[in-house]
Design a protein. Structure first.
Length: 113
């Protein structure tokens, strides 16, 4: 996931918690000492949220800070597993061989036809 996707995901988590708490964007902004526009930018993933603001939100919503990231991490791990399976199942003309660590080219790989 890139930075934009992570910001968008965290913003969606903020919006979900805000709505489930019955707060408007304006009310949440007032509680945090921010503008309503800033809350909107966080929720839309336009602006990266500061760690201190995320911590304030976790206290406000009575959740652990990592709860803003859990689904994001799980989704990323699922994608990694899918990519691994996809790479593993692809057929190529080359076999990748790891060169023996005793060799001069330590840790490098080369392709063998």
């Amino acid at each position: 996931m890139d930075e934009r996707e992570i910001s968008l995901f965290i913003g969606q988590q903020i919006m979900k918690r805000r709505k489930s708490s019955g707060l408007s964007g304006k009310a949440l902004a007032e509680l945090l000492g921010l503008s309503q526009q800033q809350i909107s930018r966080y929720e839309q993933g336009v602006t990266n949220i500061r760690a201190s603001t995320l911590l304030q939100l976790s206290f406000l919503f009575n959740v652990d800070v990592k709860s803003f990231f859990i689904d994001c991490i799980e989704n990323n791990n699922k994608l990694r597993k899918l990519n691994y399976k996809e790479k593993k199942s692809c057929e190529t003309d080359y076999d990748i061989i790891t060169i023996d660590m005793k060799n001069r080219n330590r840790g490098k790989t080369r392709r063998k036809k």
